[in-house]
Design a protein. Sequence first.
Length: 390
Amino acid sequence: MERFGTVHPGPVRASVCRRVPHALALGLGMGAAACGGAGRTGGAPGDSVYIGVATSPTSRTGPSVRGVQLAIERLNAGRPAGQPPFALRMAPAEQPSQVAVAAFFRDDPAVIGVVGHEKSGETLEAAPVYSDFEGNGRRALVAITPTATNPGLTRVSPWIFRVCPTDIDRAGAIAQFLADSATDRRVALLYRNDLMGRGFRGALGARVRAAGGTVVENDPYIVGMTEYGAYAARIRQRGAPTVVMAGAAGESPEIVRALREAGVQARLIVHDDASYLARDPVVGPALRGVRYLTFYVPNEQGAGEEAWFVRTFRQRFGAPPDGRDAFSFEAATLIGSAVRAVGADRKKVRDWIALVGNGNPPMPGITGEIRFSDDRTAMGKRVWIREVNQ
């Protein structure tokens, strides 16, 4: 089983509301009627409006096709008479890169928005394509990532949004956890040597220092190449009471094994969501006592939309949703709600989404209210710290 640890709410910015001509609703059967027909980048009246998903159907860590599917079904169930239906579109599997995937969606006039990409680096690479720099913005297309956490990625393009928390939120949760439960706040960090890991390194150092602690070890690793045992021996000599592992959760069992074999007795925290590993009958017991961060804890109690989402997802797919499913559902719902409000025009859709909770009222969501900052990052998102306890 898993048990709860610390809850860290991110900063919440008060919205400045002003009068708008359409209801700001989640789009789950409550979407406002569009204020016009298809725009210059949308389909003809009556044609499907497509929401792209920048992932493969079998991806574990990227945007969830299943979450987008449920959002589209929900949007279509409340479709006003005469409005075009929504449909899901994925790039062909043979695309050579995420840049090519972005170009595929950008060049398809029936695609009105994209859920994705999976990782921060991929999102940064694709951002110029979504901005359509080469075409002076004529084909620009909004992309909402449900999983990329680097704080700076939404600042590179006005067409990139994020609905999940950032690495700053993750680092803040760990710092708050240390402030609440540790007198010795020295931390050793093992981080994947990529854009995500390096970004988290900077965020963690700043937040731990603000909480009265210090990061005494910063060790980068490359998956498949680094000998974790050497790092583990050095961390043991340092004696830091907390070790943070910043990388994909799937990498953590090997790192945890190396730390324990080296005799490290520290508190171990995985910065990625390891809930699927915690449930694994083989890997789960090996991670007993390890804490991990997650952005979403499904709750199917009650009569609200979150409970509806969890119950419907479980009935449809035979398992509870995870954070990828919930945030992908929200990203697709944002795109669909914008189309309902302003029509299938890419520029108007982008502008409508940018004002959610940032000039216009926030939107209710599965993971809490959605409100965007000026740099198009969702604010006030919670981070949970849980413990593998099998």
